[in-house]
Write a protein that binds this ligand. Structure first.
Ligand code: ADP
Length: 434
């Protein structure tokens, strides 16, 4: 997953680690130089001490050395004195100053001086590996706390970055929580300067969208309203024509079906735009859902009878708060769909149940049902299930269930679509809160 937080945390941490690594390298180098200086000074002191000794009278044991230090004193070719761990031959050519030599299996730092009063060469030597050990100890001591601190620093950076990105997370949550039909502007109460431009742009976009939707809504409602009158006039003319000509005529039949379909679409469009939240608020009353359902079944009885369908109503009276017109539209859409999609002699069952926390209205049939993959999309505008070319497609415009869903939302209810309790078919359930 590409995440800004991950990018920032890993980027900052990697920079810190790199910086610490370079600082440790630098530290190692300067510690080495410091150790060199220190040890060189020690060697100078030792060389001075050895020079000051008169080995004919003083015991060599006065120069107490560890294994890491050694010395030789040469008078010409003669070895005047040497530490126990010194080689038998000269450590290196006699030449004053610092140098390096290899013996006893180690590399040694050497210092040679000519002791003029006694006319002899003094060579002192010290193992170089010890200098590294010292420098390494200094670096390790300074690097270990840094290494151990990396997880803690990582956590701190994670916390700071999370805090810094909080306004962004809050904005994305606000956008996510926004319902599809909520076109109110985004509040920028806890926003940061960096997000102001984005919020302004999104709000500008929402406002343009709201205006466009309002225009579309007004246009559709106006157009549907304006078309209603000529359609009614057409229907009257068609009826009159029917008494003059043979109504089984093919053109007449098609004309009649076309006019019916147009009227259905116009009525659905009007229903969609007439059920607004404002209307719902104004017309909300206490209603008996069972009684309204009974009335709607009675109103549509001729349609069921025409297809010899059996309609059952189960349940008892159940009171809900709602808008009567919207509920009637919702019921008639569900009932007419059941009537339309269920074949002749099919079964339709309607139930109004009161449970402890909800009142549930179920409209189910033993028709072809709705495949699971279409159960969400059927509520979208103009969506119709594609059942293949060979299947029977009753006339319709794909707005019925959109209206049902819209009215359900207005009533703060929830709609579910399941298999019916018959062998085939679908069950639409509207759950009203109590
Ligand atoms: P319309 O009925 O005008 O096509 P709807 O929005 O009412 O539009 O329904 C959308 C689609 O859902 C329908 O085209 C149909 O494929 C499917 N549908 C709706 N109700 C039923 C039902 N009772 N049985 C089978 N399919 C249905």
């Amino acid at each position: 997953m590409r995440s800004i937080k991950f990018f920032l945390v890993s980027g900052i941490l990697a920079t810190l680690i790199l910086f610490n690594f370079v600082a440790a390298l630098q530290g190692y180098q300067s510690s080495m130089e410091e150790a060199d200086r220190l040890f060189d000074n020690q060697m100078l002191d030792l060389a001075r001490l050895v020079s000051s000794l008169d080995f004919s009278t003083q015991d060599i044991d006065e120069v107490r050395l560890g294994n890491d230090l050694t010395f030789q004193v040469w008078a010409g070719d003669e070895l005047v004195a040497a530490a126990n761990n010194a080689p038998d031959l000269p450590i290196l050519e006699f030449s004053p100053g610092f140098g390096y030599a290899n013996f006893n299996g180690y590399r040694w730092r050497t210092f040679t001086r000519f002791d003029t009063p006694r006319n002899r060469w003094v060579i002192v030597a010290e193992r170089t590996d010890l200098r590294f050990v010292l420098a390494e100890n200094v670096v390790i001591e300074s690097v270990i706390p840094l290494l151990l601190g990396i997880p803690l620093v990582g956590l701190l950076i994670w916390f700071i970055v999370s805090q810094g990105l909080r306004p962004l997370a809050a904005l994305s949550l606000e956008l996510k929580k926004k319902r599809a039909n909520d076109l109110s502007p985004i509040l920028s109460a806890n926003s940061r300067v960096e997000l102001d431009q984005t919020i302004e742009s999104v709000n500008g976009f929402i406002s343009r969208l709201a205006k466009a939707m309002e225009r579309e809504k007004r246009f559709s409602a106006d157009a549907a309203h304006e078309l209603r009158t000529p359609i009614s006039a057409l229907k009257v003319q068609l009826h009159n024509l029917g008494s003059d000509i043979d109504t089984s005529n093919d053109s007449y039949q098609q004309l009649q079906q076309g006019v019916e379909r147009m009227q259905h679409l116009i009525e659905q469009l009007l229903a969609l735009y007439r059920t607004t939240p404002e209307q719902f608020e104004a017309n909300s009353t206490e209603l008996d859902l069972y009684a309204i359902t009974q009335q709607q079944i009675a109103m549509l009885y001729s349609s069921f009878e025409r297809k010899q369908q059996q309609v059952e109503l189960e349940g008892n009276s159940a009171m809900i708060i709602g808008d009567k017109f919207s509920l009637e539209t919702m019921l008639s859409n569900l009932l007419l769909n059941a009537n339309k999609f269920t074949p002749a002699a099919g079964k339709i069952r309607v139930r109004v149940e009161e449970n402890t926390d909800e009142i549930c209205l179920t409209v189910e049939d033993n028709g072809p049902g709705i495949p699971p993959q279409d159960r969400k999309t059927v509520f979208e505008r103009f969506y119709r299930v594609d059942r293949g070319a060979a299947a029977y497609h009753p006339p319709g415009c794909g707005l019925g269930l959109t209206i049902v869903n819209h009215i359900t939302e207005l009533h703060n209810a929830r709609i579910t679509l399941e298999d019916s309790s018959f062998a085939t078919g679908s069950a639409f359930k509207i759950h009203f809160r109590k």
